[in-house]
Design a protein around this ligand. Structure first.
Ligand SMILES: *Cc1c(COP(=O)(O)O)cnc(C)c1O
Length: 405
């Protein structure tokens, strides 16, 4: 009975992954010489439930942030049924795994083959555009029946965000209004979308973007069937002052009220980072110590590439199987496994003074834009994922921990 229940609850993909009660038992059992992503389903599910509880609309997940089946399974179990996808393979991954899932093709530039396959093979109806030639492509490949054209608008560079995602995509208000009218003229439904930039710590950015949405609606004289506020919601990395999620939601609700959105308009969000960053850590091992320099088996070509341009700080804990490590800390410079001298973590990390070859270092909160960005340079690529049931919150406060200075 126990077994039956468990099988029913767990998603398809998760059955093939090893499960451990905590990271210590993972290390004792695998003694991994390779790096391992430690997925914490409970933390992921908690993040989803918290987001769904406060967001005034439908929460979709931006698959690109972390497409691993373990991650998507946990999000699905917690209630995510709609996904923001950007490629044909992401569309296929979701629909081949979850029969009742819905995907929104939110990349403003798609190949004709991808548009065609998404519409005809997978039933995708939401397509983003920021140029009229893209609208033309979608109309030609789908016929336009039942299609919702999501016009992506440009948002001003937000000081509060880590990456400005409007540099590459988005139509100015005037062009966006034309696109909205054109979409409706050709028999499509129309929606509006934007992205304020990832790890946006300024709630006002959403209000400002919604004011532009209001301007576009006014110019177009057309009411959209949906408004998608995109992703960008931040994660409280150590040492970062991040406003609570509620502040962002309040700003969004106020913005929607200002533009007098009717109740029948569907409101959507596409968080990536906020749902998955804290639900996965990266376990690495020290391969060699030279005084204050450590060589570990993952780096900026692997799961830690975001450290290069994010200024994010990560918590790290050192684990040694045959005993405890020193209480005293000192700064270490960490290098990744490849031969490239570029493969160094950008700032030093405070770690126990007696750290040595064979010790493991677990980096917390690397669920977002980590494995998704890793490449195979020099033959190093961690593809090992395990499920771990300990609560990182508890060991974050209980155990010895260090962070980048
Ligand atoms: C990357 C991306 C997201 C997710 O952004 P986060 O900052 O991870 O929340 C959502 N929507 C679109 C269109 C994206 O490109």
């Amino acid at each position: 009975m126990q077994l039956l229940l468990k099988q029913k609850k767990s998603g398809k993909a998760t059955e093939h992954f090893p499960e451990f009660s905590d990271v210590q038992s993972l290390i004792a059992s695998l003694q991994p010489n390779y790096s391992v992503y430690c997925v914490r389903p409970r933390v992921l599910e908690e993040a989803v439930k918290q987001f769904i509880a406060v967001f005034p609309g439908t929460v979709t997940y931006a698959v690109k942030c972390n497409p691993h089946p373990l991650i998507i399974d946990a999000l699905y179990r917690a209630g995510i049924r709609e996904f923001d996808v950007a490629s044909e393979s992401e569309v296929a991954q979701i629909h081949n795994t979850y029969r009742n899932a819905k995907t929104h093709f939110m990349h403003p530039v798609k190949s004709r083959a991808a548009i065609k396959s998404a519409y005809w093979n997978y039933g995708v109806r939401h397509f983003a555009i920021d140029h009229h030639n893209e609208l033309e492509k979608i109309l030609e490949e789908t016929g336009g029946d039942d299609v919702v054209i999501m016009v992506r608008i440009k948002t001003p560079p937000s000081e509060g965000s880590l990456y400005h995602l409007a540099k590459k995509f988005g139509a100015e208000a005037e062009d966006a209004a034309c696109l909205l009218r054109e979409a409706v003229k050709f028999g499509c439904k129309a929606g509006i979308t934007f992205h304020v930039g990832s790890q946006c710590i300024e709630p006002k950015a959403y209000g400002t973007a919604l004011d532009t949405v209001g301007e576009v609606i006014e110019r177009a004289g057309i009411a959209p069937v949906c408004i998608d506020v995109g992703g960008g919601f931040p994660v409280a990395y150590p040492g970062r002052d991040v406003p609570p999620l509620e502040d962002f939601m309040l700003e969004i609700k106020n913005g929607l009220n200002r533009i007098k959105v009717k109740p029948q308009v569907q409101i959507l969000a596409e968080p990536g980072r906020a749902l998955v960053a804290s639900g996965c850590s990266l376990l690495t091992q020290v391969q060699l110590r030279k005084t204050d320099q450590l060589y570990i088996n993952d780096g900026v070509y692997g799961g830690l590439s975001e450290l290069l341009d994010s200024n994010n700080r990560l918590l790290a804990q050192v684990i040694r199987l045959d005993g405890s490590v020193s209480e005293e800390l000192q700064e270490f410079y960490l290098g990744g496994p490849t031969c490239d001298s570029f493969d160094m973590l950008p700032s030093p990390l405070s770690l126990p003074t007696d750290i040595r070859e064979g010790d493991w270092i677990e980096f917390d909160q690397v669920g977002a834009y980590s494995s998704a960005l890793a490449n195979r340079f020099n033959g190093f690529c961690s593809e090992t994922f395990s499920i771990v049931y300990d609560d990182p919150q508890s060991y974050r406060t209980l155990s010895k921990q260090s962070s980048f200075s």
